[in-house]
Design a binder for this molecule. Structure first.
Ligand code: NAG
Ligand code: NAG
Ligand code: NAG
Length: 479
């Protein structure tokens, strides 16, 4: 959720096939070495003297997350002061062979704990924010999943005192993600034999293509045994291309393309439509000149004139069928905040004293990303490069979302220049097929799934359909 510092963004998931070994039973002969402090196992690795992982084991009766399997939570520390929080769960099916998914929420600045406790994790937080209930449609039905809070300053991830969050955009963050994955595979070498997937949503449309491209580029440089087995990316209701996505607010609010519109009056819509050409012209200039200042002007102009009327309507930014209630339009987000700040959960998860307060989305990180112009940069080039290189790409989009809606997503995908673009465009128009959640089409390694009646957070609104879609994707079967 969250985008352009108005809204929170959602994450990504990556799956790889392996259940992780019990951290305490890991062999020390192959490189990693371990020490134990209280109930944490600390792992270091000779090849990466800069890194340290502190892991706390959780068994399946874990009281923090009902429905959890065996897993770990903990911190991976880089350069001794950046502490990345992650929470890993074994697949409910066969953790030895099932893939591994990394899930990342968006923002920029939003915690992946929202993905865990609201969307696709083993449990969902209850209405009182004092406990959880099991989620039968969790993606851990099919894969081992870990949720990562990034960049530093998001969720439970933090920097030591004396260090700022130093958020410097997605490209800089991709270095940390790559380091994280390298130390992960050194620590859990079994996981390298299972396919790895990165998944997420919303601003994940920025994060994931850049992270995945970085991994693919590094894979080409390192020794075979050090490659990361990235097989696909999956992105739900992503933001990739503001030029083609921001004007689609008009389609969503001024027509009946969602089946529940139009939402705004004819007068307001007529006025909105007059701003579309200039909005597009400004974005085009921002892209052509690669100038953040123009990007800022484009964002402000488009937001004020095309997003403003809906933003003031009282409807939910992430679901046009609902009203906006609570800080981020969902009361559940406040309940997650309450739960994750409780003494009980902090103790169970081993969150250190020096960590102050969990927030669903960090304003500070959001603003830092905005300051470096991170969101003005389209990630279409990265997506095209990944597709051309053969990586499998799944785009799924709930039709009730407003902020990163399906009209805008379908528009930029149609315009995307990659080797399969003509086949894809043809499929999008003439080969739409029904699936249990809506419509789908695909060409070569690019699949698109429309999820009828889901908002921005597809696994929250349509858990069964989302799991069905992910299952087919992981098995590389037709939807
Ligand atoms: C959670 O809060 C509700 C309502 O206040 C209460 O009835 C319930 O006992 C609480 N549960 C726990 C585990 O504290
Ligand atoms: C921030 O990232 C950009 C591009 O990735 C890089 O050129 C710049 O040096 C970085 N700035 C700092 C302060 O690290
Ligand atoms: C919008 O579309 C839905 C579904 O196709 C239809 O039931 C509804 O009557 C339409 N609303 C308007 C105002 O046309």
């Amino acid at each position: 959720m969250k985008l352009f510092s108005f809204l929170p963004v959602l994450g990504l998931v990556a799956a790889s096939q392996m259940p992780l070994k019990d951290a305490t039973s890991l062999s020390t002969s192959s490189g990693p070495s371990f020490s134990h402090s209280s109930d944490f196992t600390v792992l270091t690795h000779g090849d990466h003297p800069d890194h340290k992982i502190s892991i706390k084991n959780h068994d399946s009766s874990d009281a923090v997350c009902d429905g959890a399997t065996k897993g770990y939570s903990g911190y991976l520390s880089i350069s001794d002061w950046k502490h990345f929080y992650f929470y890993y769960f074994d697949s409910r099916k066969d953790p030895v062979v099932d893939p591994l998914i990394l899930w990342l929420n968006g923002g920029p600045g939003c915690s992946s704990m929202m993905g865990l406790f609201l969307e696709l994790g083993p449990c969902r937080v209850n209405e009182h924010g004092n406990g959880t209930y099991s989620n039968p449609s969790s993606w851990i039905e099919e894969a081992s999943v870990f949720f990562l809070d990034q960049p530093i300053g998001v969720g439970y991830s933090y920097a030591d005192k004396g260090h700022g969050i130093e958020a410097n955009g997605t490209f800089a963050a991709s270095e940390d993600i790559y380091a994280f994955m390298q130390i992960w595979y050194k620590t859990f070498p079994e996981s390298r034999s299972r396919p790895f997937h990165i998944a997420g949503e919303s601003y994940g449309g920025h994060y994931i293509p850049i992270f995945a491209k970085h991994i693919v580029d590094e894979n080409a440089k390192v020794k075979q045994e050090d490659t990361i087995p990235l097989e696909s990316i999956m992105i739900g209701n992503g933001m990739f291309d503001p030029l083609r996505q921001l004007t689609s607010s008009w389609d969503i609010t001024c027509t009946n393309v969602t089946g529940i519109g139009p939402i705004l009056s004819e007068t307001v819509c007529a006025e909105m439509s007059t701003h579309i050409p200039r909005c597009e012209k400004l974005w085009k200039a921002a892209y052509d000149y690669e100038d953040n200042l123009i990007g800022e002007v484009a964002k402000d102009y488009c937001w004020t004139n095309l997003e403003g009327p809906y933003e003031r309507s009282g409807y939910n930014y992430y679901d046009v069928s609902k009203l906006c209630i609570g800080v981020m339009c969902y009361a559940e987000v406040d309940q997650i905040d309450k739960y994750l700040n409780s003494k009980f959960v902090r103790e169970r998860l081993g969150i250190p004293e020096e960590f102050q307060r969990y927030e669903g989305c960090s304003e500070k990180v959001g603003r830092a990303y905005e300051a470096v112009g991170d969101m003005y940069y389209p990630t279409t080039g990265e997506v095209a490069a990944l597709l051309n290189g053969g990586l499998r790409v799944l785009m799924y989009v709930g039709t009730y979302d407003w902020i990163c809606n399906f009209v805008g997503n379908e528009r930029w995908l149609d315009a995307l220049e990659w080797r399969g673009r003509f086949g894809y465009r043809h499929a999008a128009r003439y080969e739409q097929k029904p699936w249990m959640g809506g419509e789908t089409w695909e060409y070569e390694n690019l699949r698109y799934a429309r999820v009828a009646g889901a908002g921005h957070m597809v696994p929250w609104d349509k858990p069964k359909e989302a799991l069905h879609m992910v299952k087919a994707w992981l098995k590389n079967e037709k939807l």
